[in-house]
Write a new protein. Structure first.
Ligand code: B1M
Length: 648
């Protein structure tokens, strides 16, 4: 049986000779160049210059010698850039960084000192305000003939000569991702609450570009295209980033439009990549025509492998999920990796519908011994026949610790579970004798994410000579408490929370100079950043804004913050609380380095240090010498207050 036949059977939910294996078949199932170099050495393969498959993520093109050794079954066939575009890396004009702009005008940069990836830093539509700005934007030409040069020949070669499965790439990323990347995350999420018509116009403009590309690519590649690839991240570690209703009303119909368009022109199966906890929308994805999900992030909430297979295994092929890049793969032993791989084979393997691959690209710090432990276990237990996959001995004992329970706040003081209505807020205000009438208005406006009304209410109160401190303590803080509670109880998602945080920032910008004039002391002075090497800043921004909403004076150091910057800020700014955020297993060790630098500088006793991010937990915080951990932005406020109260 050849690779193409094997994967096709799996996609038909039938058992082939063995579970198909993907390494390097897509830009989402490959391996970071650093880990790849080590893997080649470990396998005793000749040293050679590693080709980069995707410049942004710095992942390797897996060479034929490795592919043959490991039996990789899938190969990516992707469009080229348009004739007028070529990536030109500039290494001189931004000190410390290599950088370039892509075809969409998005700016990407990589730290010259030890950077693992190119990360976005410039979002061309961030300043845009009108529909005209979208219309006039110089969008890339999706049907430039240069894109399609050699596409069909490459697909034919892979399918007919190599006899591997062809996965055909789309035009850049998913429509929602391109919307977010051109707009910038800081505006994209709040736009769902405060600027939806504009945002959906932008989405539709991008959907049209994608359809124009598929219209040419699909008939051209024809039946060689076994699978087509689309992607849109709509989830994080603990759940969706958008309300399920928002996903269903705004995102799902556009996915349906794209997938219907593809299915009308091709027999290819649809591969949809979405990180995180997506269980809640898997039925929706099935409804809009998704056949395959990737990366199957088994450590995210609700993504337990046996339950996924039980509930969706008849309709969905799981492509990924073999071993979790956030867990044992990175910092476990080869035995722990073997146990995890066996568990996933047991859970996903039966009746086909499983393409074995790590959860997302193998990260830079995954040891080659663990990669090979994954692969060897797949060879041993991933054969079909003779009693089926897995064949775990009855007396088998896992060496992997049981899956970590997710801490979910059940504290009664996290209620009420929803935002106040205008009437309720007004009634509340009446009860709050002695408070200005606008305080209720300000609270509702913050909860609704209405910056204009919130700032106007604050302005009015200042004009009536209400103390800024009172506006904060009786208006901003309780409003943000409600916002935090709504987030914890699942009523608010990223867009609502960010819109509220922006409204708060507007009010705080107004009040800050007045606070200084009156000599009022903030609750505490805090400095916060995402650690060096890590550019994920959505969660960190939320923590910063929630701390601000709780009355803290916050210095947001941004993403990619080196140890010396934290030390300098503590020394010069009278900081009492330090917040460290990290989302990558490659950057979590930097948290320890930063704490060590703070200790070495002799300022450790001046501050409490809190950490957060999906891979962190209380145990990790204790191990690296932090004072505390919080799983989300709302609990980060409580934890901060608790830590500082302990200190006074
Ligand atoms: Co990336 N990414 N990403 N990514 N990304 C993750 C983190 C990943 C888990 C996805 C996956 O494997 N399925 C994975 C890491 C795996 C690993 O480490 N082993 C990953 C990867 C690998 C990468 C890249 C390497 C590229 C790639 O291969 N895809 C690359 C690296 C970039 C870099 O940092 N150098 C990359 C890039 C990106 C985007 C740019 C596309 C984008 C980030 C945009 C931005 O932040 N400006 C992105 C996104 C969006 C994600 C996912 C999908 C979502 C993260 C998010 O924003 N969540 C993520 C999947 C996941 O999380 N499972 C993923 C929403 C946010 C509100 O939650 O950040 O968790 P979160 O913050 C929460 C809590 O954690 C907590 O409170 C916040 C609010 O409630 N919290 C704190 C956070 N910091 C805190 C600090 C505190 C207290 C609480 O005290 C101080």
């Amino acid at each position: 049986m050849n690779s193409r036949e094997r994967v096709k059977l799996a996609l038909e939910h039938k058992e082939a000779d063995r579970i198909p294996f993907d390494l390097g078949g897509t830009v989402l199932t490959s391996v970071h160049v650093n880990a790849y170099r080590k893997l080649r050495r470990y396998l005793g393969l000749p040293e050679k210059e590693v080709q980069v498959m995707d410049v942004f993520q710095q992942i390797a093109t897996v060479d034929d010698d490795v592919r043959q050794r490991l039996g990789c079954d899938i190969r990516n066939v992707a469009p080229r850039s348009s004739a007028t575009f070529k990536i030109e890396v500039n290494s001189t004009d931004m000190p410390g960084y290599d950088f370039f702009h892509d075809e969409w005008g998005i700016g990407w940069r990589k730290p010259q000192d030890g950077g693992f990836f190119y990360d976005m830093y410039d979002h061309p539509l961030e300043p845009a305000v009108s529909i005209e700005d979208i219309k006039n934007y110089p969008w890339p030409d999706p049907v430039d003939p240069a894109r399609f040069t050699g596409l069909v020949e490459r697909a034919k070669h892979v399918a007919e000569e190599r006899k591997e499965l062809v996965i055909l790439g789309g035009l850049s990323a998913g429509f929602l991702e391109l919307t977010a990347w051109t707009r910038g995350f800081a505006k994209f999420y709040p736009d769902f609450v405060t600027n939806l018509d504009w945002l959906t116009y932008l989405m539709d403009a991008i959907v049209d570009l994608k359809l124009a590309y598929w219209e040419i690519a699909l008939p051209m590649v024809g039946d060689y295209a076994d699978v087509v690839q689309e992607a849109d991240d709509v989830a994080g570690q603990f759940g969706l980033l958008l309300k399920p209703e928002t996903y269903r009303e705004i995102v799902k119909p556009r996915h349906k439009k794209i997938f219907d368009f593809i299915k009308a022109r091709s027999k290819a199966k649809i591969f949809y990549h979405c990180c995180g906890a997506i269980r809640e929308i898997i039925p929706d994805l099935i409804e809009v025509g998704v056949d395959i999900i990737n990366p199957v992030q088994v450590s995210a909430v609700g993504m337990e492998s046996s339950a996924l297979k039980r509930d969706f295994g008849d309709d969905i092929t799981f492509w990924g999920g073999l071993v979790d890049t956030q867990g044992a793969f990175t910092d476990g032993t080869p035995d722990q990796v073997r146990d995890e791989v066996r568990r996933r084979i047991d859970d996903f393997g039966a009746n086909g519908g499983f393409v074995a691959a790590a959860v997302h690209n193998i990260q830079a710090n995954v040891p080659p011994a663990n990669i090979m432990a994954m692969w060897e276990t797949l060879q041993e237990y991933g054969q079909y026949g003779h009693g089926g996959v897995g064949q775990r001995p009855v007396d088998y004992v896992y060496s992997v610790p049981p899956e970590k329970p997710i801490a979910i706040s059940t504290s009664p003081d996290s209620l009420p579970a929803r935002a106040l209505t205008v009437e309720e807020a007004a009634a509340l205000t009446q009860k709050e004798k002695g408070l200005p009438a606008e305080i209720g208005q300000l609270k509702v406006a913050i909860i609704d994410g209405n910056t204009t009304v919130a700032v106007a209410a604050a302005q009015q109160m200042l004009a009536e000579e209400v103390e800024p401190q009172q506006i904060i303590s009786d208006g901003v803080v309780p409003a943000m408490d409600t916002v935090g509670n709504n987030f914890e109880t699942g009523e608010f998602y990223l867009p609502e929370m960010m819109a509220s945080a922006i409204a708060t920032r507007g009010v705080m910008d107004l009040l800050r100079p007045r606070l200084t004039e009156t000599g009022a002391e903030p609750v505490a002075r805090a400095a916060l950043g995402t650690v060096k090497g890590d550019l994920h800043d959505i969660g960190k921004n939320l923590v910063a804004m929630m701390w601000e909403g709780a009355g803290f004076d916050v210095i947001d150091l941004g993403p990619d913050v080196p140890p010396e910057k934290f030390v300098e800020t503590i020394q010069n700014e009278g900081i009492e609380l330090v917040g460290l955020s990290a989302l990558l297993t490659t950057t979590m060790p930097m948290m320890r380095t930063i704490i060590e630098a703070i200790t070495e500088a002799g300022v450790r006793d001046q501050v409490k240090i809190m950490v957060g991010g999906p891979g962190t937990n209380a145990q990790f915080a204790a191990e690296i010498g932090a004072d505390g951990y919080a799983p989300d932005a709302s609990l980060a406020v409580r934890k901060a207050k608790q830590l500082l109260a302990i200190r006074v």
